[in-house]
Design a protein around this ligand. Sequence first.
Ligand SMILES: [Zn+2]
Length: 66
Amino acid sequence: MSKTIYQERGIDVLDDRRILLTICPKCKHENYALNVNSGICTWCGYNAHEDAELKKRAINHKEDNE
Ligand SMILES: [Zn+2]
């Protein structure tokens, strides 16, 4: 089972490098269920894996907990 290492509104970053995108931070739409696992927004094409700011927040959060 993969663990959530970082969470913010609509987004879960997992320890196996997956990012679950439930609600898109860009267009605020709820993501299509089949695309949640891909980390890509169905509606505007936002890709959580290419979001450098999100990665920075996730890494900082991880260091805070160590
Ligand atoms: Zn979007």
